[in-house]
Design a protein around this ligand. Sequence first.
Ligand SMILES: Cc1cc2nc3c(=O)[nH]c(=O)nc-3n(C[C@H](O)[C@H](O)[C@H](O)COP(=O)(O)OP(=O)(O)OC[C@H]3O[C@@H](n4cnc5c(N)ncnc54)[C@H](O)[C@@H]3O)c2cc1C
Length: 337
Amino acid sequence: MSPEQDTLDCAVIGAGISGLVAADLLHRAGRRVAVLEQESIVGGRMASRRSARDTNTGLGSPAVFDQGAQYFTTKDVLFEGLVRSWEEAGLVREWSQGFATSDGSFYADGLARYCGLPDMSAVPNHLARNLDVRLDLRASKVEWHRTTWRITDEDGQILTANSLILTPPIPISLALIDAGLVEVPKVQRDILNRIEYEPCLAVMLLLQDGANLPKPGGMWSVGEPIAWIADNHVKGVSPIPGAITIHAGPDFSHDQWQSTDEAIVRELVAAAGEWLGSQVIDAWVKRWRYSKPFLTYPEPCLYIRKPGPILLAGDAFAGPRVEGAALSGMAAATALL
Ligand SMILES: Cc1cc2nc3c(=O)[nH]c(=O)nc-3n(C[C@H](O)[C@H](O)[C@H](O)COP(=O)(O)OP(=O)(O)OC[C@H]3O[C@@H](n4cnc5c(N)ncnc54)[C@H](O)[C@@H]3O)c2cc1C
C-alpha cells in the first residue's frame, strides 16, 4: 500500500474516554480513524484491574478493582443522552445518590452517580470494540509533513493522518507538539501552560475477608490522608470480597510520591483503620501523576487549523471528570466533521 493510501482521515492519540468517544463519532461518520494508546489496555483513567494472585483467595477467580475514576455524574444534557444509551446497552448503572462519610453516616445529596457494569472499563472497552485501536504505542512526536500529519513513536515508526486529535494530559500533548515544532498561537499556549494536575496515589488491597464499609460500598473520607475508600465487592465490581480501593488526598499524594510502595500502603492501611476489618493479604500502588487538572481551558476543545487540522481534547477542556472528558471528545469530533 502506498503512503497516501495508508493515510488515515484522523489519528487520535489516547484511548481514554475522550479519545474513544471522539474516534467512535468519527468512525460512525465513515471516517478512517485509528486510536494510538501507550498502554496495553484502553480506558486511561477509567481503568479496572484484576488481581494477579487469584489463588490467594482460594475462590478461583481474581478480585477486580476500579483503580481510577470511581463513578461519574451527568450534568450536561448531551452527556445525559450518551449515558442513557450506555445504560440501555447494559454498560452502566446508577450506583448511588450519595455515599457514606467517615463517621459511617450516609450523606445523600440527590445527585445520581453512575458506575460501569461490571466495572469502570466497560464503556471504554465497548467503544474500542469496533475501532482500530493500536495498543502499546507511545507517540513521541507529531509533525506536519507537506500535506499530512506524521506521528512518530519511540522506535521511529511512522503513522500518517490528515487530522489529529490529541487527548493525553496537557503537558504530554504539548511535549508531542513541541517535539514536532508545531506552533500553538500564543494566547492559547499561555493558557495551556498554566494547566497543572493533582497527583493521586491509589492503593488496592486484597483482604482476607470482607471489609467493614457500609453500603453502597463507597466512602468520602476526610480528605487527607484518605479522600475515598471503596469496597469493590459491595459495589458489584469484584466477584470476591475484600477488594478495596483507597485514593489518597492530594497533599498526601504529593508528599509521599517518592515513598516506597510498602511505606504508602502501610500509612494508608493504618489511616483506613477499622473500615478494613480484616488482614491485608496483597496490596499494590498505582501512581496517577495526572489525576485531575486544577484549571480547565475555557472551551470544550482547542482546534488549531494551521499547518493542518490538529485538536487538543480531554478533561482539561470541558471539566475535570469523566463527563467533561467525554464532552470534550464529542466537541473535537464534531469540530472535525
Ligand atoms: C484516581 C482518580 C479518581 C478519579 N475519580 C473520578 C470520579 O470519581 N469521577 C469522575 O467523573 N472522574 C474521576 N476522575 C477523573 C476521570 O477519570 C478523568 O477526568 C477522565 O477519565 C479523563 O479522560 P481523558 O480521556 O481526558 O484522559 P485519560 O483517561 O488520561 O486518557 C488519555 C490516554 O492517553 C494515553 N496517552 C498518554 N500519552 C500518550 C502517548 N504519548 N501516546 C499514546 N497514548 C498516550 C494514556 O495512556 C491514556 O490512556 C478520576 C481520576 C483519577 C486518576
